[in-house]
Design a protein around this ligand. Structure first.
Ligand SMILES: NC(=O)c1ccc[n+]([C@@H]2O[C@H](COP(=O)([O-])OP(=O)(O)OC[C@H]3O[C@@H](n4cnc5c(N)ncnc54)[C@H](OP(=O)(O)O)[C@@H]3O)[C@@H](O)[C@H]2O)c1
Length: 331
């Protein structure tokens, strides 16, 4: 296959990396690499899973001796050697193979690398180029890795399933189910793509959730924020299906410390599922990076059972400036 421009080649490296499941390489980043010579791809690959070869050696193995004089397109700077590193250095592997030009989207945010991979290649005589227009793609591809390396805490996603009138549960606290089956299946897939999932003790006591991916993939680490009320030992969140950690973090500073501890455990992405008290605590502390809100066409105020709440059968949705208007006759 022939590729014309640097941008096309780097975009292909991103396509390879995006095909890898978001959690497969965690706590490592997802990386793709394409080796091009004379306008043709001579080798390409991605880091497919934690403990497996990095993208660059995969592409180099496919190219063999043809790598001499080739250009490498990589979604992130190749790693440099540092004390305690487990994998061989990819920058050195590229240099040893005689790659003469390296084009990458971003520097490695790991302070132990941060430019040293490209410097090693330049010392070996290779030309290095960064295409800054791909910086955002690089960060979006590995939200958790960037957050952990730059801020020492995970990328925090607030997830809520709400009724149209903004309620997370019916009047008696019942939240099974606010949303329908398709939304719940999407949540299970989401859990499998993220490193950890967090709830407050109120949700454990009220819902007794298992907080697993329900077969949609690998279970995330489960995190519970304990309060004054004791947590039942036999709660499903403490079953054997996945590990669970419990923090006492009543203040914003303690929440930050809990997030730092999670990052040290390799957690790059954290789904904060609620309930509303915990959502408020995270928002107050300024610790939410992204929101994923499911909106059910129901009105839960006053309803005792979310499954029997008044519902709009055929909702019409309009965008009004920055707001949404949802209208419809109740059934
Ligand atoms: N629709 C949804 O997306 C969704 C998701 C989850 C839950 N829910 C529903 O939400 C309800 C539970 O929500 P909730 O607001 O009562 O409970 P919650 O947010 O799950 O937990 C709040 C409790 O966590 C403890 N806590 C620990 N650290 C805290 C901190 N830093 N700040 C505040 N509290 C802290 C406190 O326990 P103590 O009071 O013991 O000190 C507090 O009462 C249930 O009805 C559940 O069904 C809905």
């Amino acid at each position: 296959m022939s590729l014309a421009t640097d941008r096309e080649c780097l975009a292909r490296a991103f396509a390879l990396a995006r095909r890898v499941h978001p959690r497969a390489t965690s706590p490592n980043p997802r990386v793709g690499c394409v080796l091009v010579k004379g306008g043709r791809i001579i080798g390409e690959g991605a880091h497919l899973g934690y403990g497996q070869p990095h993208a660059e050696p995969v592409a180099l193995a496919r190219a063999g001796a043809r790598a001499q004089g080739a250009t490498a397109f990589i979604t992130m700077e190749p790693c440099a050697p540092f004390p305690g590193k487990r994998n061989p250095s990819c920058a050195k592997a590229l240099a040893d193979a005689g790659v003469s030009r390296v084009v990458c989207a971003a520097l490695d945010p790991n302070p132990k690398v941060a430019g040293r991979g490209l410097a090693l290649l330049r010392r070996a005589g290779a030309k290095t180029v960064r295409l800054p227009e791909f910086q955002t793609d690089a960060e979006e591809l590995n939200r958790g890795f960037y957050s952990r390396m730059r801020r020492g805490r995970p990328w925090v996603i607030l997830k809520a399933a709400l009724s149209l009138d903004g309620r997370a549960a019916a009047a008696n606290g019942k939240s099974r189910w606010v949303t329908g089956q398709a939304a719940r299946a999407a949540v299970h897939r989401m859990r499998a793509e993220l490193d950890a999932i967090l709830v407050g003790s109120g949700t454990v006591l009220k819902d007794n959730p298992a907080l697993t991916a329900h077969g949609a993939g690998r279970n995330p680490l489960r995190v519970v924020l304990a309060g004054r009320r004791p947590l039942p030992r036999r709660a499903r969140v403490f079953d054997a299906s996945a590990p669970t950690v419990v923090y006492r973090a009543r203040t914003s500073a303690a929440l930050r410390a809990a997030l730092q501890d999670l990052a040290r455990r390799g957690v790059g992405t954290l789904l904060v599922e609620g309930g509303p008290t915990i959502h408020a605590a995270f928002l107050r502390a300024g610790l939410v990076d992204e929101a994923r809100v499911f909106l059910a066409p129901k009105l839960l105020s006053g309803a005792l059972d979310p499954n029997a709440a008044p519902k709009i059968k055929t909702p019409r949705v309009a965008r009004l400036g920055e707001d949404w208007l949802i209208t419809g006759v109740l059934s």
